[in-house]
Design a protein around this ligand. Structure first.
Ligand code: 3PG
Length: 394
């Protein structure tokens, strides 16, 4: 695909799709990860003399102009991160934008209002996309985390004018390609989280692509139950036992080794510091639930990570938000970070919970690449083409 290097942006009205769908509380941005991610692209375009017009969505206003979903509160933090002024424009199409553009000098930056204020955005309606395109000469997409949406500003615009991937998008695609596209083998995936039901496609795709698959978190219980383990009161989707068996059979056929918990940390209540014990899988009390995996499992997970040249991680191994049930997630994360720092492992992680877990373990910056994308990262792990990325292909 094209990158910014392939575009002539000097003096051009450059429509840049960014993901500014940031966590906000009482009108204040509470996590600026996504803001910082798009700074390099915006700076570069501005330095090259582009008139930078930022397009983004916020929340899910469903085509209505809901004031609480305005992007205006993001302009300040974005300007702070850039060290340059950002003008907020109260619309994303029409005369308001055209007039704002007319007042811009080369290198100026404007943030346009929430694209999802219009129904045409999510429907990718041609009239809406034309209205967006009317205020631009070239298009840059730097929003990997919204690339699983075939929306006007994420997909449609790429067909209307010269289009390229921004630097964050480029970095993300390079990292993902190195992790699952043409990876250095062996590749090990760590997949955790509460439910199998949300990750069936992902697991089915992974078993055909990776050499080892560590399954942890609540979803592992479903696999254990499918193998006949009595998981007591643990979170478990008993109706998915057949699906779990199918995945295990597919893994075996593909030569992918599945690592399941070997012991469990159980408690009678799901609360911080709850009385807990480590038990063998055949000794889970009927009134207790598994909230983390135990030392034997941690050993098996780190041994698997030791075999890997490439690691892909999505989802925590236990209820890491509530100590002490963070032990396995923290140990595995630290181990992967250590091998990465030593130059022995390429490690890619993504998904909201996973980023929080790596932050909690204090190793987020030690992984080779950590994706700020949620849904898009999952769809990529499921092996699905992402419309926003596909549209950028030459
Ligand atoms: C996200 O926050 O994951 C992206 O911005 C996509 O948002 P959406 O799920 O509302 O499309």
């Amino acid at each position: 695909f094209n990158t910014i290097d392939d575009l002539n942006v000097a003096g051009m009205r450059t429509l840049v799709r960014v993901d500014l769908n940031v966590p906000m509380k009482d009108g204040k941005v509470t996590d600026d990860t996504r803001i910082r991610a798009v700074v390099p692209t915006i700076k570069e375009l501005s330095d090259k003399g582009a008139k930078v017009l930022l397009l983004a969505h916020f929340g899910r206003p469903k085509g209505e102009k809901k004031p609480e979903m305005s992007l205006e509160p993001v302009a300040g933090p974005l300007s702070d991160a850039l060290g340059k002024p950002v003008t907020f424009v109260t619309d994303c199409i029409g005369d308001t934008v055209a007039e704002a553009v007319a007042r811009m000098a080369d290198g100026d930056i404007a943030l346009l209002e929430n694209t999802r204020y219009y129904k045409g955005e999510e429907k990718n309606e041609d009239d809406f996309v034309d209205a967006l395109a009317a205020n631009g000469d070239v298009y840059v997409n730097d929003a990997f985390s919204a690339a699983h949406r075939a929306h006007g500003s994420t997909e449609g615009l790429a067909h209307k004018m010269p289009a390229a991937a921004g630097r964050a998008m480029q970095k993300e695609l390079d990292a993902l390609e190195a992790a699952l596209g043409s990876p250095k083998r062996p590749v090990v995936a760590v997949v955790g989280g509460a439910k199998v039901s949300t990750k069936i496609d992902l697991l089915e795709n992974l078993v055909s692509k990776v050499d080892g698959l560590v399954i942890g978190g609540g979803m592992a219980n479903t696999f254990l139950a499918a193998k006949g383990v009595d998981v007591g009161k643990s979170l478990c989707e008993h109706d998915l036992a057949e699906t779990a068996r199918r995945i295990m059979i597919a893994a075996e056929a593909a030569g992918c080794t599945i690592v399941l918990p070997e012991d469990a940390v159980v408690a009678k209540e799901f609360a911080a510091g709850a009385a807990n014990e480590t038990v063998a899988l055949d000794a889970i009390p009927s009134d207790a639930m598994m909230l983390d995996v135990g030392p034997a499992s941690i050993k098996a997970v780190t041994a698997k990570i030791d075999e890997a040249a490439t690691l892909v991680w999505n989802g925590p191994l236990g209820a890491f938000e509530i100590p002490p049930f963070d032990a396995a997630t923290v140990a595995a994360a630290k181990h992967a970070a250590k091998r990465t720092k030593a130059g022995d492992l390429l490690s890619v992680a993504g998904g909201g919970d996973t980023v929080a877990a790596l932050k909690h373990a204090g190793v987020k910056d030690d992984f080779t690449y950590v994706s700020a994308a949620g849904g898009a990262f999952l769809e990529w792990m499921e092996g699905k083409p992402l419309p926003g990325v596909e549209a950028l292909r030459k």
